[in-house]
Design a protein around this ligand. Sequence first.
Ligand code: PAF
Length: 283
Amino acid sequence: MRIIETISEMQSAAEEIRLCRKTIGVVPTMGYLHEGHISLIKTVRENADIVIVTIFVNPTQFAPHEDFSLYPRDINRDTQLAESAEVDILFIPSSIEMYSSDFLTKVNIEHLSAKLEGKSRPGHFQGVTTIVAKLFNITKPHVAIFGQKDAQQVIVIKRMVQDLNFDIKIIVVPTMREPDGLAMSSRNTYLTPAERSESPVIFASLREAEYLIKNGLKNCLTIKENMSKLILDKKSASIDYISIADPITLDEYGTIEQGQPVLISLAVRFGKTRLIDNILINI
Ligand code: PAF
């Protein structure tokens, strides 16, 4: 596995790969790799000749009060995991490399970025789309892979690709879960044992909503009340938001009509740790 730290070396390597008529697949990550990332790497391997994984904890997608400095990092462990997953190139730039002191450009996807996560984390998606656009220009992929766990991130990135004409295929991989249903995330490591034992309620509430909808309940307020009741039964849990929305526009539904695709997503805090999850339902 080749490790690259500079933009110029990464761009030259990508250019050479393209000249050899090989396809490039990229998995953008913030590191602290887990099984969820490994499943993204496996999928990209099935869809491209050369696999690039990027590791960069992107400061611009964290608000000042968020967990940027605490975000878990272990580059040695990540390097070993990437090597065993047969990654071809690991791109690990520094912050100075990615954001020069005179950096001025921001990529903003209007409306979509301001909803759900964007309401709770203003500026978050502008940070995400700016860094992902840069990573696309640096790694020159034919294919890029993202996890369904970050449903809104996928929606926003797909829109950026469409609007800015990036010639890149976006593949979305289903959420990987722990045996008790908790969605895999690097942030799960923040949970205390008591919070960890209560956290599977997030997925349980999504399953409950799915059950209610599939059994004919249409009123979104009632569905959200049922989910809230389950979640707030747990001592360490508090709800940031629950959304039942159109999976393309993210417009909230009041009632669910037959045949409508539905994205149910939520953010819940367990103590100081904020976790997100979602399910997509096609009735
Ligand atoms: O999903 C993530 O890990 C990050 O938001 C991403 C896409 C790597 C951008 O920093």
